[in-house]
Write a protein that binds this ligand. Sequence first.
Ligand code: IDP
Length: 138
Amino acid sequence: MSAEETLILVKPDGVARGLTGEILRRIEAKGYTIVDLRMVTASRELLVAHYEEHEGKPFFEPLVEFMASGPVVAVRASGNRVIEGFRALAGATDPTAAAPGTIRGDLGRDWGLAVQQNLVHGSDSTLSAERELSLWFA
Ligand code: IDP
């Protein structure tokens, strides 16, 4: 078994709603290890790099603005298959459609805004995890 690493973000809505502890609790309860953690208000430059695959989409600008609107908690987490496992814990992107039992399904609120405020981000592949970890934990 080789431990894998992923980048998890508690997004500004999660921090503002006081859900950081609950989200970290779920990560640890699942058995993943929090290797590093920092609270940061991200620059536009960092967010544009982080979300480069979405540049040009209609929700891109609202997404960058939302992500820069307050502090986020960046987490380096490790564990066997943590990338896939955290995405399962997080649930579907749309908090209304996310299954109960998941972070977004249990705690996410649909505000009907241009961007889905869905509490967390998790890297979606080993390549993204490496790239994103080097951006947030430079
Ligand atoms: P993920 O966070 O579930 O991996 P992505 O498709 O990578 O979802 O999208 C990144 C983020 O962009 C989402 O978490 C959400 O905040 C926002 N987003 C994605 N698709 C939409 C959309 O269709 N409308 C509004 N916001 C969206």
